[in-house]
Each structure stands twice: as C-alpha cells, then as structure tokens.
Design a protein. Structure first.
Length: 65
C-alpha cells in the first residue's frame, strides 16, 4: 500500500478514528526514536555529547533544572 493510498483511506475515516490514528502514530514515532537513541548509545555515538555535558557540569557551567 502506498502513502497516497493510506492518505486517501485516512480522509474517509471518522474524526474519532483519525484522532486514534494520530495517537498511534505519535506513539510509534516515540518508539522508533527510543530505538534509535538506544542503538546510538550502544554504538558510542553519544559518548562525545555525554562527555561534553559532564565536562561543562564539572566546570560549573550548568545549572539545576
């Protein structure tokens, strides 16, 4: 099924189901993001950012949230 076919099908949904679909898509997007972050962390791609944040904290350049 193509994106265009999906879009056309969505246009025919009742409003309640469009909202349900939007909620599902948001959750799915969050899951994909979480997976990507986990993969990046395991691969060490976040190490430089983490180390930089730790250095800034040690230097007193951060403040509590």
């Amino acid at each position: 099924m193509s994106v265009q076919e999906i879009e056309k099908a969505i246009e025919n949904l009742p409003v309640r189901e469009v909202h349900e679909l939007a909620d599902w898509l948001a959750e799915r997007q969050n899951q994909l993001w979480d997976t990507q972050i986990e993969e990046d962390a395991k691969a060490g791609r976040l190490d430089a950012l983490i180390n930089s944040a730790k250095d800034q904290n040690r230097q007193g350049l951060t403040r509590p949230l």
